[in-house]
Design a protein around this ligand. Structure first.
Ligand SMILES: Nc1ncnc2c1ncn2[C@@H]1O[C@H](COP(=O)(O)OP(=O)(O)OP(=O)(O)O)[C@@H](O)[C@H]1O
Length: 264
């Protein structure tokens, strides 16, 4: 929240420039984050291409949320470099922040504002043109019609998740960072939301970084995955390739295999 407040005058959806096909949405080199007593992210490097979905997998405490927070500029890395949409996040993050967005269950929407007011605040923050129309389209897409005039703090977990996802698309981001985007959704809504994300990627050519514990979701959405354990990448590749390499039928089994062999 603070980071977005800080950039209120600098984000302008109208001024963004298209970036060439094949350009990396994210390039991370030798990234390390050390808290007082924990090495949360331990020298990871990876890239995410435009139009691709990359899964960030790992057990509890593996470093997924910490990695996403550094990509957003919410946490300062101990060392290493992060380039987002061609911008070095240590020196030049505002142009990148204008062109990305995120959804996380750990960041609450202002509770007293209605859903409409929440979306309007974020829309203004990003200078979204024709904001009313954009909010109406998102309300339809995420079935928020009956929730728009309700305070965000009164919504159920699944309803809040739908609002947070709508908020994450308000500026039509070229890069979307999603931390457990469907964890609190019922199976039907979760399936629908995965369809929305697939369509968004396909129609906008957007890149998505997805942290998820839902292996069926990962198989459906991700082109590639990173398997994190104790802050390190212990394996990586396309889901189908990992499934074949581990001689398994699905990513759930691959995940369990790695975990039970002490790797995750
Ligand atoms: N603010 C903090 N101060 C100290 N240690 C932290 C802090 N935030 C996270 N950690 C530690 O860093 C490590 C990585 O945590 P992180 O939240 O990134 O994991 P995660 O992969 O997102 O886990 P989960 O799947 O449970 O959400 C954990 O050992 C955690 O205890």
């Amino acid at each position: 929240m603070e980071i977005e407040g800080e950039i209120v005058h600098r984000l302008d959806i109208a001024n963004r420039r298209a970036y060439p096909k094949g350009m990396q949405a994210i390039s991370v080199q030798n990234l390390i984050k050390r808290y007082a007593h924990t090495l949360a992210v331990d020298d990871i490097s990876f890239t995410l291409e435009r139009g691709q979905v990359l899964g960030l997998l790992g057990g509890n405490g593996a470093g997924k949320t910490t990695t996403i927070a550094m990509l957003l500029g919410l946490l300062v890395p101990t060392s290493g470099s992060i380039t987002v949409l061609g911008h070095d996040m240590a020196r030049d993050r505002f142009p990148a922040l204008a062109r990305m967005n995120f959804s996380s269950p750990y960041i609450a929407l202002p509770a007293r504002l209605t859903v409409y007011e929440n979306l309007a605040v974020y829309g203004h923050l990003y200078n979204v043109p024709d904001l009313k129309r954009r909010i109406a389209a998102l309300a339809e897409q995420f079935n928020l019609g009956t929730l728009l005039q309700r305070p965000a703090g009164e919504l159920s977990a699944g309803q809040k998740t739908r609002v947070a996802l709508a908020k994450s698309l308000i500026n039509q981001p070229e890069l979307l960072l999603l931390d457990e985007p469907t964890a609190s959704l019922d199976p039907d809504t979760g399936d629908y939301v995965r369809g929305v994300l697939e369509e968004y990627r396909r129609t906008q050519g957007a890149a998505i970084l997805l942290a998820s514990h839902n292996m069926a979701e990962v198989e459906r959405l991700c082109d590639n995955v990173l398997m994190l354990k104790a802050g390190r990448i212990v394996d990586r590749g396309p889901p189908a390739e990992l499934i074949a390499r581990y001689g398994r039928e699905d990513m759930e089994q691959v995940f369990l295999d790695i975990a039970r062999n002490g790797e995750l």
